[in-house]
Design a protein around this ligand. Structure first.
Ligand code: TYM
Length: 335
């Protein structure tokens, strides 16, 4: 079986409230990889149900992530766009890998601790096993590169450990490549607009904490105007942002949207007050995000098109995953 050198896999959960962190930390980078890599972009609906999802909303949110991918510039003709639950090989490999990964590894996962909260006994078994399904997502395509935001780094390490252990346990040296995380750009961890020390997230109760991919130009401007900062003007150097989480976050967002480094942004705005910087950031954000939001809206009205993309993508995904699963079954001794 040939091992591709440049196969990318990544996924986004359809849990609603797709936000600027998802865009700058992940989706935008997905777009940039299309000329150099063979890409598989998944809407991970099976991951979403590790916490309760209203079935109707899940279906709408699944289409919305597909629309965001396409509106951001992913070409579903050249590359594969599909939703996870359509390709049974993810679940099948996840079970086998559940028997390879160790409980000790999962117990170290900080995201489980964060998401399960205090009442861990009440979390679903799926939420606990989630990182193993994520490993299966990647490995079932023998993907080599995985573009993600920084919060997924620990999960990627678990995927590498699981691949390595499978290869060792089953005498399958080199069968699963050890997937490399691609954590790219100046916005690998976009922070809440209300609290620069907390990650921007879909589940934050405050809508003002995040810019979403549904926001109007007015919403975007309002949220940036209200973003938490401090009274000082912008510094001249990146080091000057230390200890100024809110300011650092806004500069990082500006840099990512403008395709510049933070140092370049500060060279332009050193000494500026937020009363100057915030409107400039709002204009830039509206300029970059509004065309995507509008295109997403247009696509969301064309359910038949989105469903056809996902169906075709799933068929192409199965064509890659099925032979891998067949080989895995042989390694394991299933007849
Ligand atoms: P999810 O749906 O939470 O997030 C999707 C992508 O967005 C990135 N991201 C951020 N980046 C920067 N700043 C933020 N505040 C921010 N919030 C989210 C995430 O890092 C991610 O890249 N487990 C994954 C989905 C997944 C997956 C996979 C990813 C399932 N299987 C296989 C890669 C490969 C998740 O929950 O992403």
């Amino acid at each position: 079986m040939d091992q591709p050198q440049n196969r990318v896999f990544s996924g986004v959960q359809p849990t609603g409230n797709l936000h600027l962190g998802n865009y700058l930390g992940a989706i935008r980078n997905f777009v940039g990889l299309q000329d150099t890599h063979e890409c598989i972009y998944c809407v991970v609906d099976m991951h979403a149900i590790t916490v309760w999802q209203d079935p109707k909303e899940l279906a709408a949110n699944t289409r919305e992530v597909a629309a965001a991918y396409i509106a951001a510039g992913i070409d579903p003709e050249r590359h594969i766009v599909f939703n996870q639950s359509k390709v049974a090989a993810h679940a099948e490999l996840a079970w086998i890998l559940n028997c390879v990964a160790r409980i000790g590894w999962l117990n170290r996962m900080t995201q489980f601790k964060d998401k399960a909260g205090k009442d861990r006994e009440k979390a679903s078994v799926g939420l606990y096993a989630y990182p193993v399904l994520m490993a299966a997502d990647i490995l079932v395509y023998r993907a080599t590169h995985v573009p993600v935001g920084e919060d997924q780094k620990q999960h990627l390490e678990l995927a590498r450990d699981t691949a390595q252990k499978f290869n060792n346990d089953f005498g399958a040296e080199g069968f699963f490549p050890l997937p490399e995380p691609l954590i790219m750009g100046p916005a690998t961890r976009v922070m809440s607009l209300r609290d620069g020390t907390k990650k921007m997230s879909k589940s934050d109760p405050s809508d003002l904490s995040r810019i979403t991919m549904r926001d109007s130009a007015d919403d975007i401007s309002k949220k940036i105007r209200k973003a938490q900062t401090d009274p000082d003007p912008l510094p001249e150097t990146v080091e000057g942002l230390e200890g100024r989480a809110g300011a650092d976050n806004l500069v990082g967002i500006y840099a990512a949207l403008a395709g510049k480094s933070k140092a370049e942004v500060l060279a332009e705005f050193a000494g500026a007050q937020f009363s100057v910087f915030k409107p400039a950031l709002a204009d830039l954000a509206v300029e970059k995000l509004s065309p995507i939001t509008n295109e997403m809206k247009r696509l969301m009205d064309d359910k038949a098109y989105l469903d056809a993309v996902l169906e075709r993508g799933a068929a192409r995904a199965r064509a890659i995953a099925d032979p891998v699963i067949a080989r895995v079954r042989e390694f394991v001794g299933f007849i």
